[in-house]
Design a protein around this ligand. Structure first.
Ligand code: HPA
Length: 279
């Protein structure tokens, strides 16, 4: 991990040549959730390729730009497209942008993803406010010599997601009259979807939704001391006794369809924080 510190400084130095502000929040936009960017007052849009040490995104429906600007009156940085373990990147590299947010003095990480629904009370298109997670990726971005400048060797994980923001997100959904559940997210490596036996197992160990991202970013956010909030869009139901073959086009279409609700949650978080600052 000792090489990360210099990489973060180089990425930050480059970004500052294009956008010299302190973001309040870093936002990671998952599959099909990119249109949120249209609501950002964009001051700089940097291709990942131009930022030192950022990996290049290869996933479908991900663009690969770091958008800097304001949303709901607060400075933010948004990743339009994220990196996945199944693309072959080391988790340390996937999570470098989170450390860059922190180094740019962000306070909050907002992560979003498309996920499979394991809880039979959920429906396609529902939102899930992530309350806790299970890391089943078989890897961890903190493995290696710890750099104490970045965070502690054994970060506490008793509450990775901010309880106040979870409550606020559920309130936003209630007020806007759409379905949002509190739930446990389990991360798998992918890229294949799971077998029926695996879905049965994942439900059995206490997960409500399953996806191939988010947990590495949240582990790193906790390590470096960022508050976190995470939202999943349920794009397909993963009920082992009634499983339909996965249709990736449909998954992306459902993620796109739920984007207005996801946007309401993300903007609700920023609105809430802005009001705390300037009541
Ligand atoms: N499994 C893993 N990741 C996913 C799924 C799933 O069923 N649906 C959307 N992302």
């Amino acid at each position: 991990m000792l090489e990360l510190y210099g990489q973060i400084q180089e990425a930050v130095a480059y970004i500052r040549t294009q956008w010299d502000h302190h973001p309040f929040a870093g936002i990671v936009l998952g599959t099909g959730l990119g249109p949120l960017v249209e609501h950002i007052d964009v001051q700089a849009a940097l291709d990942y390729e131009e930022i030192p040490h950022f990996p290049k995104s290869t996933a479908i429906s991900h663009r690969g730009r770091l958008i800097c600007g304001t949303l709901c009156g607060l400075p933010i940085m948004a990743m339009e497209g994220r990196f996945h373990m199944y693309e072959g990147y080391p988790l340390k590299q996937i999570t470098l942008p989170v450390r860059v947010f922190k180094a740019m003095q962000a306070e909050l990480l907002i992560v979003t993803n498309a996920a499979g629904g394991l809880n039979p009370f959920f429906r396609e298109g529902d939102l899930v406010v992530i309350d806790d997670h299970i890391n089943l990726m078989g890897d961890n971005p903190l493995i290696g010599i710890n750099d104490d400048r970045l965070g502690p060797r054994f970060p506490d994980m008793s509450q990775p997601y901010d309880q106040e923001l979870i409550e606020e997100a559920l309130t936003v959904a209630r007020k806007r009259n759409f379905r949002a559940h509190r739930g446990v997210f389990v991360a798998v490596a992918g890229p294949n979807l799971e077998t029926r036996a695996e879905y049965r197992f994942l439900r059995g160990i206490g997960a409500d939704v399953v996806g191939m991202s988010t947990v590495p970013e949240v582990i790193v956010a906790v390590h470096c001391g960022l508050r976190c909030v995470g939202f999943s869009v349920v794009t397909d139901m993963c009920l082992p006794d009634a499983l339909q073959p996965a249709d990736v086009e449909k998954i992306i279409a459902i993620a796109n369809g739920a984007e207005p609700h996801l946007r309401a949650l993300v903007m609700g978080m920023l609105e809430f924080e802005r009001q705390k600052r300037q009541p």
